[in-house]
Design a protein around this ligand. Structure first.
Ligand code: FRU
Length: 552
């Protein structure tokens, strides 16, 4: 493999038994080796010469992720992933086309190159790029000790994969049978010439409990590639708060800095408020809000923002089932900032599909943009070799209308619209065999009318969007979530915008009045869109078009 303009080779590896070895061999530049590797996960970094040929040889160890990094324009180029060729055993630049053609990762929803991903972290815009960090496990398709992955984009649509930024604490990596934890979720604040990051470090036994330690840490960067050492800024939860004490989000209100943290108090999920003058010394104030529902273990990944003249808090409800058995929904609360608390006037579900969790927002040029993790709460993931597990929602622009949180896909997503498959009105229609199963559909109705739209079918498994006398809902058949009704809180349906992308269905209703995200795994590379309205004459207009991939 030739290094091109890259200057660093990063390898995530684990010895099968203590004593494994990785050799990086070059006839031109000399060789390097990491011997005596242990049977726990290690992150190796080898400096390499540019435009030089190297061979990677692994002995007695497993490599889970490998890429070239270190070039000056990496924000433009991204890293270069290397994969081991099955026949020759050589590590070669990965075939990027696999992104576009493979049903095992999304086409226009962000996914990691492979393996596990959860919450978006550190969303911000800085010096011409949108940055997205995210919780990840580069080693396999399962949540485990947490790293921070990183990607950047100029347009919120096309992303470049960047080097991993943070890894779990060494003592956790060394004793995975005793501890779990790592670099948990957090946020970024771009202020002047640098960006400050706030995150939780978790260290605890395998089962969460009083011995679990969650502390808030801070670091900085001025180029988003190099980061200062982390500094502990809040070592302990305040009196009365549970050991769940994490996911800092920082904002400025009336010239003062505030941080919200997810926790619980006396058995009620709570969003805790901290205050600071200098962004480094933080003082606990009080709960910003406490949730009455007793079924919430804690809030996770709280967000707090000013929006359209109001204040909005959003938080993910850990371990909660709602009345229709939807698991871990996120709730928004709209109100006024009064006595440094949120005086709530209205609230609602953030996403009615309940495969969207841990959303985070940021502001750029007067737009409040949010991204959520497309989460698999009903265990519907189908593991495939080299597959990605977890993706991000389309970035959404947030607004408030009539006391409700409105969400629409950012306008930039229109750049992906491809070949038109259907345009018409006043009739029911079916499209089967949509190659690649990545499309967008828009339907407008003259008046509320019962309908059934088939969005995916695989043998006796299916996903549909339906509207009947009980309202609008997503319904699956033949999969784990089949007994759950994913209902939107709307009283009528006048407009639908549907994004189907391989394994993810994202539905926007009535120009943002509700949004629903639902996973649906299909073994077919082809998609379908079949609409049947009781009164087809009420279909004022419909359009279906292919969506391009973001990976090109
Ligand atoms: C939410 C969450 C956060 C935590 C992170 C760990 O999905 O549990 O509360 O920081 O994921 O990966």
């Amino acid at each position: 493999m030739n290094t091109g303009r890259y200057t660093c080779l990063e390898i995530f590896a684990k010895a099968v038994e203590d004593g494994g070895k990785i050799k990086v061999i070059s006839g031109q530049a000399g060789s390097m080796e990491q011997a005596g590797m242990k049977s726990y996960h290690a992150w190796l970094k080898f400096p390499v010469e540019t435009e030089t040929d190297y061979e990677i040889v692994r002995e007695g160890c497993h490599v889970s992720l490998c890429y070239l990094s270190g070039n000056e324009d990496i924000l433009e180029t991204g890293v270069c992933y290397l994969e081991q060729d099955k026949e020759s055993g050589r590590f070669l630049p990965a075939d990027k086309g696999r992104y576009e053609n493979s049903p095992i990762r999304e086409s226009y929803h962000f996914t990691p190159w492979k393996n596990w991903m959860n919450d978006p972290n550190g969303l911000c815009w800085f010096k011409g790029y949108y940055h997205m960090f995210y919780q990840c496990n580069p080693h396999f398709q399962e949540w485990s000790n947490m790293y921070w992955g990183h990607a950047a984009s100029r347009d919120l649509v096309h992303w470049r994969h960047l080097p991993i930024v943070l890894s779990p604490q060494q003592e956790i990596l060394e004793k995975p049978e005793e501890y779990k934890g790592g670099a948990f979720s957090g946020c970024a604040v771009a202020a002047g010439d640098k960006v400050r990051f706030y995150l939780t470090r978790h260290k605890g036994p395998l089962k969460d409990g009083e011995e679990s330690i969650e502390q808030q840490w801070m670091m900085e960067s001025s180029d988003m590639i190099h980061f200062t050492e982390e500094k502990c800024i809040i070592p302990k939860q305040p009196a009365g708060a549970s050991f769940d004490f994490r996911d800092p989000k920082v904002l400025k209100i009336e010239g003062c800095w505030y941080m919200v943290l997810g926790s619980s108090m006396e058995g009620h999920g709570a969003i805790l408020l901290y205050r600071s003058e200098d962004m480094e010394k933080w003082e606990y104030a009080h709960p910003l809000l406490t949730e009455e529902d007793k079924g919430v273990r804690c809030f996770e990944c709280p967000d707090f923002m000013e929006l359209d003249g109001k204040y909005v808090a959003i938080g993910a409800w850990m371990c909660h089932y709602d009345a229709s058995r939807r698991y871990q929904m996120s709730r928004y609360y709209i109100g006024n900032w009064k006595d440094k608390k949120l005086e709530v006037e209205s609230s609602g579900w953030f996403d009615f599909g309940s495969n969207c969790y841990a959303m985070q927002s940021f502001e750029h040029r007067n737009r409040r943009i949010s991204i959520g993790w497309v989460s698999d709460f009903y265990h519907e993931h189908v593991e495939q070799e080299d597959g990605a597990y977890g993706s991000m929602t389309i970035p959404r622009e947030l607004h408030i209308k009539n006391g409700k949180l409105y969400m629409t896909p950012v306008k930039e997503i229109a750049a992906l619209r491809g070949i038109n498959l259907y345009q018409g009105a006043g009739e029911n229609f079916s499209i089967y065999g949509i190659e690649g199963n990545a499309y967008r559909a828009e339907v407008k109705f003259k008046e509320n009318t019962p309908f059934d739209i088939l969005l995916g079918k695989d043998g006796d498994k299916s996903i549909s969007l339906r509207s009947d006398e009980t309202g609008l809902y997503i319904k699956t058949e033949g999969v784990n979530s089949r007994d759950i009704i994913f209902r939107a809180d709307v009283t009528q349906v006048t407009e639908l915008e549907i994004y189907m992308d391989r394994r993810v269905a994202e539905v926007y209703v009535n120009e943002g009045e509700a949004a629903g995200t639902k996973l649906f795994y299909s073994s077919s590379k082809q998609g379908c869109f079949v609409i049947h309205a009781d009164k087809p004459e009420n279909i004022e207009g419909a359009e279906v078009s292919l969506m391009d991939t973001i990976w090109r």
